[in-house]
Design a binder for this molecule. Structure first.
Ligand SMILES: *Cc1c(COP(=O)(O)O)cnc(C)c1O
Length: 377
């Protein structure tokens, strides 16, 4: 049986292929492969879309996070608070700059950073003699973290916020679009993300003029008046012109895709809520549904369910099977509470992500839902 796609990238390409071809051809014709006109044009559209002052294209979502930490001058002795239930990149960049990661637990309902655990983490950092500096909440699976709750803890402790919106581009929190939340925000255009390019890409956002100009300099080897004038240690973190040209075309169809994703999530919620724990959105939050991730009750064996679904052509994934604080490369970093991070540890055992994209069809949804029902019987 031909399996359905887990994330359907082909359907989108079928719709916009001729426009993508024309956009790439234009770049090949003008030849400005690095920082060509499409980069600036896309950055302008991005900033407008998010309602933020500055959007700066980056080579990928990881570099975007790294540039943010470099711009903030983070280094050894600094404590940065990161949810443990996330993709490696969120924690990795903190290690890059020699700061200490403090891993924070998640909330049961939203899978996002638990503000209470963040408070405990700040306490832990101080006990360890570290300087609490910043927090990187992650908008896991497309839903913004609880930024009001996090902001009040940040204000109390003089922390800045860099929102990792790699999975949540297009979502909003209490009227603010992702990109316009926190002191800094980042996103990724990895192909499988809600807004994906055809390679690697990312962006960093801020309303702060000074931070924006530092980031633009850091992105090109810490350039001053030009790249042969180096006023700070930076990196090569630019977005390719070809990817910007592709993203300009993809941004045009993106709002329609968000509507399809929401409808798919609604259908899954309605039809699966009696069998599994369906995802919970905060009051005032929308999700871009990078993933549709449920929690399985104890009586459902995840491995068996995955095998059965695969047999009928329904692909599933586990995001994430091991929280970061238990990973070999990161397990020496402190956690918010020395007793452990119980919610992250439970989530890792219970979560399952179902097929989702801006092109998922009703037939595909019915098939997934039917197969889950069949297994539960
Ligand atoms: C994908 C992702 C990143 C990294 O983005 P890349 O473009 O792959 O470097 C960072 N954080 C989270 C939460 C992600 O899902």
């Amino acid at each position: 049986m031909k399996p359905m796609p887990f994330i359907d990238l082909k359907a989108q390409q079928g719709l916009i292929r001729s426009r993508i071809d024309a956009a790439i051809k234009k770049v090949l014709d003008h030849g400005a492969y690095i920082m060509g006109p499409e980069v600036g044009e896309f950055e302008k559209q991005l900033a407008e879309f998010c309602g933020v002052k500055h959007a700066i294209g980056c080579a990928n979502g990881t570099d975007a996070l790294g540039l943010g930490l470099m711009a903030k001058g983070v280094g050894p002795g600094d404590a940065i608070f990161v949810p443990s239930f996330t993709y490696a990149a969120t924690a990795e960049v903190v290690a890059w700059v020699g700061a200490t990661i403090i891993f924070i637990d998640s909330l049961e309902g939203t899978y996002n950073m638990d503000p209470k655990s963040l408070e405990a983490g700040v306490h832990t950092a101080k006990k360890l003699g570290l300087k609490p500096c910043g927090v990187i909440p992650v908008d896991l699976f497309g839903q913004p973290a609880d930024y009001d709750a996090i902001q009040s803890i940040a204000d109390e402790n003089d922390l800045w916020i860099m929102a990792d919106g790699a999975q949540s581009f297009g979502a909003a929190y209490k009227g603010r679009k992702v990109g316009n939340i926190g002191d800094l925000a980042t996103t990724s255009f990895f192909p499988a993300k809600p807004l994906g390019c055809y390679g690697d890409g990312g962006a960093i956002f801020t309303n702060d003029d000074v931070l924006a100009s530092i980031i633009k300099s850091l992105r090109v080897h810490g350039q001053g008046t030009d790249k042969y004038d180096n006023v700070r240690v930076g990196m090569n973190g630019r977005l390719d012109t070809i990817q910007a040209a592709i993203l300009i075309e993809k941004l045009k169809v993106f709002p329609d895709e968000l509507v399809v994703r929401q409808k798919a999530a609604d259908a899954y919620n309605a039809e699966l809520k009696d069998i599994v724990h369906t995802p919970h959105l905060l009051e005032g939050a929308t999700s871009s549904w990078a993933q549709y991730t449920v929690r399985l009750p104890e009586k459902i064996n995840r491995t068996q369910l995955m095998v059965n679904l695969k047999e009928v052509g329904v692909p599933t994934m586990v995001y994430y099977g091991k929280p970061m604080h238990q990973q070999e490369a990161y397990k020496h970093y402190p956690v918010a509470d020395e007793k452990g991070l119980p919610v992250c540890e439970a989530l890792a055992k219970e979560v399952l992500s179902l097929p989702m994209s801006g092109y998922v069809t009703n037939e595909q949804l019915e098939k997934v839902i039917g197969a889950v029902h069949e297994f539960a019987r």
